[in-house]
Ligand binder design. Structure first.
Ligand SMILES: Nc1ncnc2c1ncn2[C@@H]1O[C@H](COP(=O)(O)OP(=O)(O)OP(=O)(O)O)[C@@H](O)[C@H]1O
Ligand SMILES: [Mg+2]
Length: 353
């Protein structure tokens, strides 16, 4: 894995007025940024995917007196848990087989600069404990070292999930959570800042027109209206991608097709019409059927990981397994997973992969 500090060109960041737009909640985020950029306070940037967390973290670094020092980004889910400790803290020569030379970790590389932990929610619990120490007094140990070392770095974390909820189910340390969120900056989903759509669209039209040297037509009123109503699950990244392909393809039809939400899956309860049946019974059966469809949809979205699915649906893991058995979904699901639902042990193994 590359260990060099990542450099970014501040001029490549979108203009600040565009980033924050004119929605009041974004003005709050902007004010926080201005106040705390040039301090050492740890910052937690929260927002859905594509709302600009990376951009904001870079802006914090760029606006601090550390801007000429390293900017080190760690994408937490990209590093396997077996390697996270040596990646973060480095190792001494001979610390383990294959450690032929001493290597500095990302924490050490971020000395005097900024350490950005992206998707911090997936950080290993033991790494959290060690980072807590860095936050407390700047000390850490390289793997295999006898003596602790000191580092002076500013920590910025980003999360797109609910860390507080993770502290409740034990996958995130409460003390670490309180340390990293000395200041929290929340970025709004695009659907809650549609007033900023015209400015964002103009910006991306102009940007990509220049890149591809074409002159796109302005978007029609119909498309603008569709965009105002659209849900934007991928937020500004999705908007930018749409505009880029519009600039390249040059017609609105593809754009319009992307803006039509998929029809809701029709739900028709199974009713046995050969014999009379009470409404209460049908409703009960229908609720179960609906529950099963919802669970399957969320399971699918989480790549059949039941731990994540249970978290997502805010039910316990046990109750998810129970519901799966109860709704007789096990046949479908176990086919997908090659596991049996009665066996919590094998299920846990599959989920933790
Ligand atoms: N506020 C914004 N102003 C202008 N462009 C933005 C803004 N937010 C996001 N973008 C655009 O969307 C892209 C994605 O932004 P970014 O990588 O910062 O999102 P993110 O919140 O870190 O997403 P993820 O959670 O998927 O990592 C950027 O490259 C940029 O083009
Ligand atoms: Mg990001």
């Amino acid at each position: 894995m590359a260990h060099a500090a990542e450099f970014f060109d501040v001029r490549a960041l979108p203009p600040v007025d565009l980033i924050f737009g004119r929605t009041p909640a974004m003005a709050v985020a902007r004010e926080k940024l201005e106040r705390i950029a040039d301090t050492t306070v740890p910052v937690l940037v929260q927002g859905e995917s594509g709302t600009g967390k990376d951009i904001l973290a870079k802006l914090l670094h760029a606006r601090s007196s550390r801007s000429n020092c390293p900017w080190i980004k760690v994408t937490c889910p990209a590093i396997p848990s077996t390697l996270i400790e040596s990646e973060l803290f480095g190792y001494e020569k001979g610390a383990f087989t294959g450690a032929y030379a001493t290597k500095r970790g990302r924490v050490e590389l971020a000395h005097q600069g900024t350490l950005f932990l992206d998707e911090v929610g997936s950080l290993d619990i033991s790494a959290q404990a060690k980072l807590l120490q860095v936050l407390q007094d700047g000390s850490f140990m390289r793997v295999g070292a006898q003596e602790p070392r000191k580092v002076n770095t500013r920590l910025i974390c980003a999360a797109n999930g609910d860390l507080r909820r993770q502290t409740e189910d034990g996958s995130f340390r409460l003390d670490f959570f309180f340390r990293i969120n000395a200041v929290t900056i929340d970025l709004l989903p695009l659907r809650q800042r549609t007033g900023d759509l015209p400015t964002l669209i103009d910006f991306f039209l102009d940007l990509h027109a220049k890149t591809y040297r074409v002159k796109p037509k302005a978007l029609s009123r119909d498309i603008m209206n569709m965009m105002q109503r659209f849900n934007w699950p991928g937020n500004i990244r999705q908007l930018e991608n749409m505009i880029r392909s519009y600039v390249l393809i040059g017609n609105e039809e593809t754009l319009a097709a992307d803006l039509i939400p998929p029809p809701p899956t029709e739900f028709v309860p199974e009713i046995d019409l050969t014999n009379p049946i009470s409404l209460k019974k049908i409703t009960k059966a229908a609720t179960r059927q609906l529950e099963r469809q919802i669970i399957l949809k969320v399971l699918h979205a989480n790549r059949w990981n039941r731990l994540k699915t249970a978290r997502w649906l805010n039910i316990s893991y046990r109750s998810l397994l129970y519901k799966l058995q109860d709704a007789q979904a096990s046949s479908v699901v176990s086919r997908e997973m090659g596991a049996s639902f009665g066996e919590a042990k094998s299920a846990q193994y599959a989920d933790s992969k």
